[in-house]
Ligand binder design. Structure first.
Ligand SMILES: CN1CCN(c2cc(NC3CC3)nc(N)n2)CC1
Length: 155
């Protein structure tokens, strides 16, 4: 089973969270944090900062790693390992990129029907500041066959 290491960054500002509408590729048409593949020669943290800057035009500061999510798809040998980061400190104005159209959402009014199906399961842990670790087995892009999700002391 091959493993792809990916980053996913959320920027918080009081009761709001910055999401981006994916304009192409994997997850197109859905809202998500910012992130992507971690390139050879960069740490996961560096990759997270790079993707945030490329996709949303903001520079993150003091990113905390808050989650580790592993995903498999029935019939697909690739395991996705998504490292979730959160920060309240950033510079720059969110701006649209080729990949993402950023928008602030109130944390009480999230577009879960237009987000990956796993998000509604772990977002409550993200929003309350817990550290979490989960595994999700998907069938296609909409159906979760099984999952585990735990709050953890340390990642
Ligand atoms: C660049 N990456 C792609 C993967 N990704 C995912 C994946 C995901 N579920 C997995 C079934 C696909 N759920 C969220 N929220 N993000 C983060 C961004």
């Amino acid at each position: 089973v091959a493993k792809k290491v990916l980053s996913l960054v959320f920027v918080r500002d009081a009761s709001r969270i910055l999401l981006g509408l994916k304009k192409r590729g994997f997850g197109q048409g859905w809202w998500n944090g910012f992130g992507g593949k971690v390139e050879p020669g960069e740490t996961i943290h560096e990759g997270a900062l790079r993707e945030l800057k490329e996709e949303a035009g903001v520079t993150g500061h003091e990113l905390q790693e808050v989650g580790l999510l592993k995903f498999e798809f029935v019939g697909d040998p690739v395991l996705l390992e998504v490292h979730v980061f959160s920060t309240t400190k950033y510079t720059g104005q969110p701006s649209e990129s080729e990949e993402m159209k950023p928008r602030w959402f109130d944390v009480d009014d999230l577009p879960f029907s237009q987000m990956w199906a796993d998000d509604s399961l772990w977002f409550p842990l993200l929003l309350k500041g817990s550290k979490f670790s989960g595994y999700f087995l998907f069938k296609g892009h909409h159906e979760i066959l099984k999952y585990t999700l735990d709050e953890v002391e340390r990642l």
